[in-house]
Ligand binder design. Sequence first.
Ligand code: AMP
Ligand code: MN
Ligand code: MN
Ligand code: MN
Length: 278
Amino acid sequence: MLNIDLHCHSNVSDGTLAPAAVAARAKAQGVDVWALTDHDELDGIAEARDAATALGLHFVPGVEISVTWAGETVHIVGLKIDEKNPDLAHGLATTRGGRAERALEMGAQLAGAGIPHAFDGALKFVGNPDLISRTHFARYLVEIGICADVKDVFRNYLIEGKPGYVPHRWAKLQDAVRWIRGAGGIAIVAHPGRYKFSELQLHAFLMEFKEAGGAGIEVVTGSHTVDQYDVYAKVAGAYGFLASRGSDFHGPAESHIELGALPPLPRSVTPVWHDWNL
Ligand code: AMP
Ligand code: MN
Ligand code: MN
Ligand code: MN
């Protein structure tokens, strides 16, 4: 059986490794089919594809788009996208647009909470000036010893109701799906088990996603518990969604889930790669 990992990050967004280094690590971990899915960015794809091709690793160009739906942030993964598609590139540029300003505000808020210089501190961890994220602030808070690790940061800082949280309006669900499909890609809901939706809200969200042209959901992901694999396999069946598998790897020191290390998809689902030429 092929080892397929369709969700991870490089330092073009908030991962710690360069795209070529992620490719090498995926290969070393036994991955056969690999997608790079940086947040709101396509700039790592060329390097990732070249490295993967040289290693004999089947490469799938991807992206993870930040979306605001009903006031909540959700992530939509696009797979098999054409990274040269101008509408997708433009949409992502717009989505990234507010990040620098948001980061300055985050820094000011943290300063008010007694943590000065957080903006400059976060910048040291940024690989792409267009994509400063909460993860980079989290790494700085760990560096200066305020928190034990990144997970700990996201319990006490940078989340709603805690210091350093600045709400942000991301792309619209319908736009994100349209950009992905317009670029020849497949739209997948990332880690559906992570959102704080009621059952009714989740239903409304999935229906809207499907109506917009969304095709699938992640079932086996580093963001789900083992119990959630079965929960979302059933959801995929109920809604007629394809199922995806991805580690959501961000880096060796941080990710508890290694590239390619998750269990296979449950047998009941139709994998998103069911009709790919693998
Ligand atoms: P942003 O897009 O700037 O809002 O940053 C979101 C990123 O923060 C996600 O892609 C994750 O990498 C990271 N993140 C969010 N929540 C957590 C968490 N509970 N534990 C670890 N990382 C998190
Ligand atoms: Mn991330
Ligand atoms: Mn995500
Ligand atoms: Mn991700």
